[in-house]
Design a protein around this ligand. Structure first.
Ligand code: NOJ
Length: 741
């Protein structure tokens, strides 16, 4: 291409794009008329900016690719300075001057880090979750980012899998509601505003059910389970207007999900009508080679684009091979046009063709991070996400008047692990508030005793003696322990669910030395843990996950009763790893354990532990008590087009004001395919002053009772349904209604 025609095309393209076309589609068409096939392919290519997060960087000729128009998007490139330089290169030195799209992993906050996503889900607070996403979008967009690789909406019932920490837990209904809240928070009302960002529903699909809990591993699953459990949160994001999807690493029933025409073309595009673009996960197209699905990288490119993956993240295979594949008629040019069109459309929606530098504003960058109101929200969410698992002898809340309290454990003073994995640009060196700092707001220095006791992964007990001696001097003991942040997240699967290292031994020693003192265990971790020994050794257990930048402050608010805990588990805590997978809405089997004789032989049980979990989905205590009474149904039966209301009185019968998460469950007793023993169908988080009663009302329609049958038809079947409104999933149904023919 000669210089003269390059300039001609640039100006022609810009005039065409901004001047004449009336809507985005027409503008995209005008632009695409000017593009060569290789430039269109260029839009489908994404490379990493200055560093890689999760995989090897293959080739780093970024500037060259940008100049040649062979790159449409970048990940891991941010900051006003960094993105301005790159955008300038694209605008001024590529033939058509098409702006780049900058994407980043903004998972649970950007600078201000909120609790990890599993923790956020335990708040059951959709409004607060949406607000956290909005704040993350504000901060990230102020650093030049247009697109975040979130939300992760993978349902997971697999605590060995490290990425369970990134999702919303095990439940379909709750997971779908939370998925929508994230999308709304990230994308806002108007994508052309510079503080809104493209969301990305990932990892499509069934990535959360890896064989043996090992990351990236095989998934085998019937279509019924896929459609009834793993697909709905993705569908919910489409309904909420999500702009992008990410195909996953795993194979699904023998077909890698980044080359899966059934899930990508038939379901996502065909059934759901998704119009945004699909990006691969990091080299997931290339990984179809070791999967044994693609012969080589040319084949991988063919399989990826033909399946419907529009953009190749880091794989280089689209840039290198798509043109040849079109020439050889192995890939239809129409697929490349579609992919390019979708990506350009997203850039138009963001307003990048009106002003490619609209996210690049030094003043915004300087003034947007860590705003006091962001930090305040992070503190509130740290408190709202924590779950009081156990509170024997009312060990919590702590009293500010206690003469001395010993804080012991490797995470008491931690400012590093507390923000968890995937903490974007969160500062691990001094910005986060440790638990020690948090409790210092409530206690005078002379009331605080401290010993580390051990490191997270220590194998020796050299620091035990000091910790035990400190514990003996105190009137109450708080242990702050758990996993390191690197023990969950990507490629961080574990075969043990125990608190790591010698921490469990230290807990036992401290109890032995203090048989009558109240001991509280504050836990930071990214997955359900096996706490079977600890429940007997300590009085209170407060699960705070990795609570984020303000984690120590929010945790202290709960410990001292300034915030009455209201979090409830969104994932089951097993008794041991041998029970996995264990989740509340399992099937019944033909030989369930009879209530009248739980020990009866030849039933579906274990001979060493009960079937029940240690802590149920939906479980979470409060400092007050709530009583549920007078469940009322508006009718004993409903027709297909009618609705039923179910109501219950909830009374705060204790001594603290507080929030309660009221949960509605149903059970479809007999159906053409077996249905789970319990299914969450609604929830309300209500606030009750002490002594106050509220009538909590849910409305149920036939649509809420739909499921995919064995012919994969989505519908509802008449019959008897059990129903309950309860504080957790640990209950027995006592009421029914009938759906009439
Ligand atoms: C791999 C991860 O699976 C995905 O979640 C992430 O968004 C990409 N890498 C980009 O960092």
């Amino acid at each position: 291409m000669k210089t003269r025609s390059v300039f001609f095309y640039i100006s022609f393209a810009l005039v065409t794009v901004s001047g004449f076309a009336q809507n985005y589609e027409a503008k995209v068409d005008s632009l695409m008329n000017l593009m060569t096939l290789q430039e269109k392919i260029g839009q489908t290519v994404m490379y990493s900016g200055h560093w890689d997060q999760t995989g090897p960087i293959i080739g780093t000729d970024n500037d060259k690719y940008i100049r040649e128009g062979h790159m449409g998007a970048m990940l891991n490139a941010m900051s006003v300075k960094g993105t301005r330089d790159l955008q300038k290169l694209a605008m001024e030195e590529s033939r058509l001057g098409i702006p780049l799209l900058f994407g980043y992993d903004v998972i649970h906050g950007h600078r201000t880090i909120f609790p990890i996503n599993l923790g956020l889900s335990a708040s059951w607070d959709l409004k607060m979750i949406e607000e956290s996403a909005r704040i993350a979008a504000e901060e990230a967009s102020a650093e030049g980012i247009h697109w975040k690789f979130a939300p992760m909406v993978d349902i997971s019932r697999e605590p060995r899998w490290g990425r369970i920490s990134e999702g919303a837990g095990e439940d379909v209904y709750l997971g779908s509601e939370i998925a929508k809240a994230y999308v709304k928070g990230f994308q806002g009302e108007d994508l052309s505003q510079p503080n809104t960002i493209l969301a990305c529903a990932k990892h499509y699909v069934a990535y959360g059910a890896p064989q043996a809990g090992r990351d990236y591993h095989t998934v085998n699953m019937g279509e019924g389970e896929l459609r009834n459990v793993y697909l709905p949160p993705f569908k919910a994001t489409v309904d909420a207007g999500v702009e992008t999807f990410m195909s996953a690493f795993n194979e699904l029933n023998g077909i890698p999900t980044s080359g899966n025409q059934f899930t990508l073309r038939d379901i996502l595009r065909g059934e759901w009508g998704f119009e945004g673009f699909v990006v691969s996960d990091y080299t997931s197209i290339n990984e179809m080679i070791p999967h044994g699905f693609a012969k080589d990288s040319i084949d991988a490119a063919r399989l990826g684009i033909n399946a419907g993956v529009d953009m190749d993240m880091m794989g280089h295979v689209y840039r290198l091979h798509l043109e040849q594949l079109v020439e050889e008629e192995k890939v239809s040019e129409a697929y490349i046009n579609d992919a390019c069109r979708r990506i350009l459309l997203a850039k138009f929606k963001l307003g990048l063709f009106d002003d490619p530098y609209r996210y690049i504003n030094k003043e915004r960058e300087n003034t947007t991070k860590y705003k006091p109101e962001f930090l305040q929200k992070a503190r509130e969410l740290a408190a709202a996400s924590s779950v009081l698992l156990q509170n024997k002898q009312q060990a919590l809340p702590l009293s500010k008047n206690t003469k001395s309290i010993a804080f012991i454990g490797p995470l008491v003073k931690d400012e590093y692990d507390i923000i968890g994995n995937w903490a974007a640009k969160g500062d691990r060196n001094g910005k986060a508030v440790s638990v020690f700092e948090g409790i210092s707001e409530y206690l005078k220095p002379e009331q605080i005793l401290y010993a580390k006791g051990c490191d997270i992964l220590d194998t020796g007990d050299s620091e035990f003696a000091e910790a035990i001696s400190v514990s003996k001097k105190a009137d109450a003991i708080v242990l702050v322990m758990g996993e390191g942040h690197h023990m969950s997240g990507e490629a961080a699967s574990r075969t043990s669910l125990k608190i790591p290292g010698v921490q469990p031994e230290l807990i036992a020693k401290i109890r032995e030395a203090n048989p009558n003192k109240k001991i509280t265990l504050v836990l930071m971790n990214g997955r359900p843990l096996n706490l079977s020994s600890e429940v007997a050794l300590v009085d209170a257990i407060l699960e705070v996950w990795f609570p984020g930048t303000m984690g120590g402050a929010g945790t202290a608010d709960v410990l001292f009763g300034a915030y009455n805990p209201s979090g409830k588990l969104t994932v089951t805590f097993p008794r041991n790893v041998g029970q996995v997978p264990i989740y509340y809405n399992m099937k019944n089997t033909g030989r369930p354990i009879p209530e009248s004789n739980p020990k009866e032989d030849y039933k579906s049980n274990y001979i060493d532990v009960p079937n029940t979990p240690l802590f149920y989905f939906g479980h979470g205590l409060s400092y007050t008590s709530f009583e549920y009474s007078d469940l009322e149904l508006s009718s004993e039966s409903i027709g297909f087009s009618e609705t039923l209301t179910a109501s219950v009185n909830v009374t705060n019968s204790g001594n603290y004001d507080g929030y309660e998460v009221v949960q509605l469950y149903i059970h479809d007793k007999v159906a053409s395919v077996t249905r789970p023993v319990k299914e969450l169908k609604g929830f309300q988080k209500i606030f009750l002053k002490k002594g106050e009663t509220k009538d909590v009302v849910f409305t149920i329609s036939a649509a809420d009772l739909k499921f995919y049958n064995h012919k994969m038809i989505y519908g509802v079947e008449p019959g008897v349904f059990e129903i309950a409104i309860t504080p957790s999933s640990d209950f027995k149904f006592e009421n029914t209604f009938t759906l009439k023919d």
